[in-house]
Design a protein around this ligand. Structure first.
Ligand SMILES: [Zn+2]
Length: 348
C-alpha cells in the first residue's frame, strides 16, 4: 500500500467465523455480550440487537436504496433475487429486513479464544483490496473465507484490544449481513468501474454508463410515502465522471479520514488509524486509481491483482502465509495433471 504515513492500525483476526441465522441471533449476541463483559456491562441480547439496529439506520438505509445505482449488473441481478424491492422503507421495515438476513460473527466455538492473528504490517495487507473485490453479495462461503484471512470487513461491533483501548484496533466480532452486502456491492461497483475504464473495452464502459444513466434518470421512486420521478437530466455521465463523483461524495466511503499525527524522533509524522478493513481497502483502491496502477489476471483464479512485484503470476499471499494460495493451488493441479498424463489408467 502506497500511502504517505505510518500504518498504525492493528487488525485482530479470530480462528473462525460463521454465518448466524436469524433464529440464532439472540443466542450469539448473548454470547458476545458475555465474552466482552470485562469491557462492557453485560446486557440482554434483545437490548443489544436494538442498539445495533439503531446504529445501522443513519447512513445504512439510504445506501441500501442506492444499490440500484451503485452496483454492477452482475451484482444487481443477485440482489433482485434476494430482495423484493428497494422502495423507500421506513425505519422499522428496514430493521425487519436486516433481521431477516441474519449476520456473520466470530464462531461460537472459538469465542472464548483470543484473536489468533494480529496484522500490523502493511505488507501483509497488500492483497486486501483486490481480495475484497472478489466477495460477491450473498456469497456466504467467500465472506467467511475472507474473514478468516483478514477479519470481518465492516461491522456494527468493534471489539477492544488486549489493553482495553480501541485506538487503532480493528477487531470486528459481528456484522449484520444486509448492510455488509450493501457496502460490498458499492465497493465492488467502484472497483469494477475503474477496471472497466482501464480495460478500454468500449462495450463494457458503455454498459456501465447506460445502466447508471437509466437507474438515475426517469425512475419513479417512493420517498416519504410520496411517488416521485427523477427528472431526466439529458446528459449522460461518462465512466470517469461516475468514478470522480463517487470519490468526491465522501459519504459513500466509510471512515475516510484515518489521519492522525504522532511524534517520531522529535518530528511530527502522519499516522493512519483505520476503524475497519473496508476503509483500508478503499484507501488502497483510491491510491491505485490515483497512481494508475497496473493489473494482471491471476493464472489460477482469473481475478485481478495489482502488479507490485514484476513477474508475479498469482494473487499475493494472504496475511500470515509466505506463499500465495493461488500459486499453491495452481502447482498442485499441475502436478496432478502431469501424474495423470504419465499414468493415464490411474486417473480413470
Ligand atoms: Zn488468484
Amino acid at each position: 500500500m502506497d500511502i504517505n504515513g505510518n500504518f498504525n492500525s492493528k487488525i485482530l483476526v479470530y480462528d473462525d467465523y460463521s454465518i448466524v441465522n436469524p433464529s440464532e441471533l439472540n443466542k450469539r449476541l448473548q454470547g458476545l455480550s458475555e465474552y466482552n463483559s470485562h469491557y462492557i456491562s453485560p446486557m440482554k441480547s434483545t437490548e443489544w440487537i436494538s442498539i445495533l439496529l439503531e446504529g445501522e439506520i443513519s447512513s445504512g438505509q439510504w445506501k441500501y436504496e442506492d444499490v440500484i445505482y451503485f452496483s454492477t449488473k452482475e451484482d444487481f441481478d443477485i440482489w433482485k433475487k434476494k430482495v423484493a424491492d428497494f422502495d423507500y422503507k421506513n425505519e422499522d421495515e428496514y430493521k425487519q429486513e436486516i433481521l431477516k438476513f441474519g449476520g456473520i460473527s466470530v464462531d461460537s466455538e472459538t469465542l472464548n479464544n483470543k484473536p489468533v492473528k494480529t496484522i500490523s504490517d502493511v505488507v501483509e495487507l497488500e492483497g486486501l483490496y483486490t481480495e475484497l473485490a472478489k466477495v460477491r453479495p450473498f456469497d456466504e462461503k467467500r465472506l467467511v473465507n475472507f474473514s478468516k484471512s483478514f477479519g470481518i470487513p465492516i461491522g456494527s461491533l468493534i471489539g477492544l484490544g488486549d489493553d482495553g483501548t480501541q485506538d487503532g484496533i480493528i477487531c470486528i466480532q459481528f456484522s449484520f449481513l444486509l448492510p455488509l452486502y450493501t457496502e460490498l456491492t458499492i465497493y465492488r461497483f467502484i472497483f469494477n468501474c475503474w477496471i472497466a475504464l482501464k480495460s478500454e473495452d468500449e462495450n463494457l464502459i458503455k454498459g456501465i454508463e447506460d445502466r447508471y444513466y437509466k437507474a438515475f434518470d426517469g425512475q419513479t421512486i417512493t420517498f416519504m410515502g410520496e411517488k416521485r420521478t427523477i427528472k431526466k437530466s439529458g446528459t449522460k455521465k461518462t465512466l470517469i465522471e461516475i468514478i470522480i463523483s463517487f470519490l468526491n461524495a465522501y459519504d459513500y466511503i466509510p471512515n475516510t479520514v484515518p489521519i492522525r499525527y504522532e511524534a517520531i524522533n522529535n518530528s511530527v509524522k502522519i499516522s493512519l488509524n483505520y476503524q475497519d478493513l473496508l476503509s483500508v481497502a478503499y484507501h488502497q483502491l483510491i491510491q491505485a486509481i490515483v497512481k494508475n496502477a497496473s493489473f494482471k489476471v491471476c493464472d489460477n483464479c482469473g481475478h485481478l491483482f495489482e502488479i507490485i512485484h514484476e513477474g508475479r503470476r498469482f494473487c499475493p499471499p494472504l496475511p500470515g502465509r509466505k506463499r500465495s494460495t493461488c500459486e499453491n493451488t495452481f502447482n498442485q493441479r499441475l502436478k496432478r495433471k502431469r501424474r495423470s498424463e504419465q499414468n493415464p489408467e490411474e486417473s480413470e
